[in-house]
Design a protein around this ligand. Structure first.
Ligand code: LFR
Length: 480
């Protein structure tokens, strides 16, 4: 039985954390070793990640964690760093909310129509997909000088180990992978003018990714060898591993900055109807497909808080719980809300545009956001079930939003289904479980989920009230 804990490095859009977990076949405890802010930086009109500050946070976290059995890295998807022939980073990675990809898709679609792209990759249209980011960078000196492209977790893994690879679950979000073969979509990439030679070879969750380099051991005070294990490096893929489902007909919602709502399937759904509904087929562990829709998530509230200079979310949620339900709702899946800035005004404008009253207070705006998220959750769960021809009898909410009791209750009410909320640190738990499995300590996906259900605190919300009010609200946002 391994004595040492596993470390999960889990990077989110607003903070990074290093968590350590002790895992046995029937116990699982997670401890936070270090948390650090992730502050995107705007210079001129470019929005970028401060990747060196993140790497420094990772090193601080490893020092705080102490000796570990192995470690794994997950982060948000799609973004990347470019390396030159000497292995040097060519500039700070762009943030997926940077606006340089606006109107780029049309250029790609002129050579590969959107229906063909979807048939080949199963990936929804989002302006930030790596494919469009690369199309936007086409004539830049930076891309022309690039020898290698590394997705964010792969870049950090490279700096820690000196090794190169492209992890599969995250690679699927580039829109350059065929979810049927689980390999690169060579023909599509060639037609879109993307050089797949930039990507190092694919590696899969559970594969060894190298060992910490001597200078990393020195900086972190760890004693080698310290293995790095490939985990499901897309944070959402790791979070879905940690959905504590014990029955087959479950839907999940990974909540945080985004709400990613959908189903776990064994085959992708690539119909035209699915494309029109903007569902994506990202790859999960063990041959699974994450069939889901991106919903703006708590980003809407985080951006309002930034605008209001109001850090106290508890007071806002308490006031929202007392505010009038379903007074006005917006389409929380709409890409109009993607970019940062002026969020309260943009929400008010969306209410006006659909003939609904504008929220008058912070409490009303917060209520509008939570009602709108619950409504978008309901729509995603119902659409996914219909498009994939599956039944759903329970909705699991994992990630930071699982701590938001009002959001969980409203989601249960809107869906008319029980919601099981937790764990909140799902991405970190999925990360360590894949390491523990590579080590032979835990079994397959169902066994991991049994372990989570037995060891993690979960809250259950039964649906209340009358679903007709939600159906009427749904009509208000969809028939404008
Ligand atoms: C969530 C997430 C989503 C992805 C978005 C952008 O953190 O990884 O799954 O669509 O960030 O990368």
């Amino acid at each position: 039985m391994p004595e040492l804990p596993y470390a999960a490095i889990d990077l989110g859009a607003s903070s990074g954390r290093v968590m350590t977990a002790r895992v046995t076949p029937d116990t699982l405890t997670l401890t936070e070793s270090h948390r650090f802010p992730n502050r995107p930086v705007r210079t001129g009109n470019a929005l970028q990640w401060d990747i060196l500050a993140l790497y420094a946070g990772v090193l601080d976290g490893l020092r705080a964690a102490g000796q570990v059995r192995s470690l794994g890295i997950d982060s948000w998807a799609v973004d990347f760093g470019l390396l030159d022939a000497d292995g040097r980073l060519l500039g700070n990675p762009f943030h997926y909310r940077d606006t340089r990809t606006e109107h780029i898709a049309e250029r790609v679609w002129a050579t590969v129509p959107p229906s063909e792209l979807y048939a080949a990759t199963g990936i929804q249209y989002a302006p930030f997909n790596t494919l469009y980011q690369l199309a936007a960078a086409r004539d830049t000196v930076q891309l022309r000088s690039a020898e290698r492209l590394l997705l964010i977790p792969d870049l950090l893994t490279h700096w820690l180990t000196g090794r190169l690879g492209t992890e599969l679950t995250n690679a699927s979000t580039t829109q350059l992978i065929d979810p049927g073969t689980r390999d690169w979509a060579h023909g599509t990439a060639a037609r879109a003018g993307i050089d797949l030679g930039l990507f190092p070879p694919l590696r899969r969750p559970g594969d060894p990714a190298g060992e910490l380099l001597p200078h990393v051991l020195e900086e972190t005070g760890l004693t080698g060898p310290v293995p790095v294990t490939t985990v499901a490096s897309h944070d959402t893929a790791s979070a879905v591993v940690a959905v504590p489902a014990t029955t087959p007909h479950f839907a999940y919602i990974c909540t945080g900055t985004w709400s990613l709502a959908g189903l776990e399937l064994t085959e992708p759904v690539r119909t035209e109807e699915s494309r029109a509904a903007n569902f994506t087929n990202e790859l999960g562990v063990d041959g699974t497909v994450r069939y889901l829709r991106n919903i703006m998530g708590l980003w809407l509230l985080q951006e309002c808080q930034r605008d209001w200079r109001e850090p106290d979310v508890t007071a806002l949620l308490d006031a929202a719980a007392r505010a009038e339900p379903l007074r006005s709702v917006v389409d929380a899946g709409h890409s109009d809300f993607l970019a940062p800035g002026g969020m309260p005004g943009r929400i008010a404008a969306a209410c006006r545009a659909t003939g609904q009253p504008e929220p008058r207070t912070r409490a009303e705006t917060t209520r509008c956001i939570l009602d709108s998220l619950a409504l978008a959750h309901r729509r995603a769960v119902m659409d996914a079930a219909r498009l994939a021809d599956r039944e759903v009898d329970v909705v699991h909410i994992v990630g930071g939003g699982a701590r938001n009791a009002l959001l969980c209750q409203l989601t249960a009410d809107a869906c008319g289904l029980p919601v099981v909320a937790g764990p909140a640190e799902a991405a970190a738990l999925g990360n360590v479980l894949v390491q523990a499995r590579a080590d032979g300590v835990v079994g397959d996906l169902p066994a991991m989920r049994q372990l989570l259900a037995a060891t993690q605190p979960l809250a259950r919300y039964e649906p209340r009230g009358d679903r007709a009010a939600w159906t009427a609200a749904h009509v208000r946002v969809t028939t404008s």
